[in-house]
Design a protein around this ligand. Structure first.
Ligand SMILES: [Zn+2]
Length: 384
């Protein structure tokens, strides 16, 4: 166990105090009882962080991460039972019990898709995610980064329509839910979305054929929504296959850059994913516009601070620049990119680097930022 001081906590985990102990409890099971919203709960899991004020961060056996402030805590005990994720059956039963009436589960090698829309849509989603999952693994293996197996099955929850999705997701997203068509939750480790075909249950469960779904979602007007779903699915795979750890200080340009590198949908091929590493045209166009008035310190602000992503007036430009930088580094500086990926994949939850440390770690691998900036702009200027 490591003792840490003066750790900056961001908004995602404000309930934990500034002094933390990082826990290495792979061989222990923690039992925590606490009260939230007037309800008494008990969670069994693996302690990730224990704050000096008694606050806890815990990974439960279903993969959900709980942050429990000291004022909610009733009891915490540990025994030497090894931590073991729930089995697929146990997890399925638990999630079905948490969801509204009418849900079913469709399982594939790596996924559990919970759905109350047509079984056809659940099968279609699972096939899409499995294909992305395989292509993702092949890509990083080819780059020299071998991915660990996921600890938990990958879970997606698919609602039949936007209304029921919004009712469910509002607890997590608040009012932003109306502008978000699907998301990966760092807290629950699950994707949540709804049937985008609009066919859903209208024609009865099981009636939507895979071909009919592909046809509807291949329309040009579905391109942006499909990109969002693939983007979120990529986040889930990246977090579950060891590219980054949930709640660690992986810079947003990096995790978002990867999601955008993979987000170009490829609904037609059977086994591969031709969208990987293709020019992401909407992001390129946005970056081209941004580049006309781009500040000289743009790379520095992108790398060292996530604020540009969190401010709605700057976020689209930040995303575009993150895509462009990721594209440039993977294509031109592949070996260094993987070295940097390896460094970031080791980062532990709730330890926040200063801007200076972020810049130093980046420059130690990629060299001087100003020189890289010149090379980056020259390269991107030629991409069409
Ligand atoms: Zn994202």
């Amino acid at each position: 166990m490591h003792k840490l001081n003066n750790i900056k906590i961001t908004a995602i985990a404000t309930c934990l105090a500034a002094c933390l102990l990082l826990c290495d409890s792979a061989v222990a099971l923690d039992h925590v009882t606490f009260v939230r919203d007037g309800k008494r709960r008990r969670v069994d899991g693996r302690l990730v962080v224990e704050a000096k004020d008694g606050g806890l961060m815990l990974t439960a056996r279903d993969g959900v991460i709980w942050t429990i402030p000291p004022e909610e805590l009733i009891e915490h005990s540990t025994d030497d039972t090894p931590f073991k994720p729930l089995s697929r059956d146990e997890l399925s039963m638990q999630i079905l019990a948490e969801l509204p009436e009418g849900f079913d589960v469709y399982g594939t090698t790596n996924y559990l898709v919970f759905y109350d829309t047509s079984k056809g849509y659940a099968r279609w989603c699972a096939a899409l995610f499995e294909r992305l999952y395989r292509a993702f693994s092949t890509h990083w293996k080819g780059e020299g980064f071998k991915l660990p197996e996921p600890e938990f099955p990958l879970v997606a929850i698919v609602f039949s329509d936007k209304d029921s999705y919004e009712r469910f997701a509002r607890a997590e997203l608040g009012d932003a839910v109306s502008s978000i068509i699907g998301y990966f939750s760092l807290r629950t480790n699950r994707m949540v979305m709804y049937d985008l075909t609009g066919i859903g249950r209208a024609k009865g469960r099981g009636s939507s054929s895979l071909t009919a779904i592909t046809k509807v979602l291949s329309r040009p007007q579905s391109a942006a929504t499909m990109a969002t779903i693939v983007h979120e699915a990529t986040h889930q795979i990246a977090y579950n296959r060891g590219l980054h750890e949930r709640y660690s200080d992986c810079p947003l340009w990096f995790s978002e850059g990867i999601a955008m590198y993979f987000e170009m949908p490829d609904l037609q091929s059977k086994s591969t994913w031709r969208g990987i590493g293709k020019v992401n045209t909407p992001r390129l166009i946005r970056f081209g516009k941004y580049a006309r008035n781009r500040p000289g310190d743009s790379l520095a602000t992108l790398l060292t601070n996530d604020d540009r992503f969190r401010d709605t007036s700057t976020s689209l430009d930040a995303y575009a620049e993150a895509w462009a930088l990721t594209y440039f580094l993977i294509k031109q500086r592949g070996a260094e990119y993987v070295k940097y990926l390896r460094l970031l994949s080791q980062k532990k939850p709730l330890i926040w680097d200063t801007p200076e440390v972020r810049r130093k770690q980046f420059e130690e691998i990629f060299g001087d930022l100003d020189e890289l900036n010149v090379e980056f702009l020259r390269y991107m200027g030629k991409i069409r």
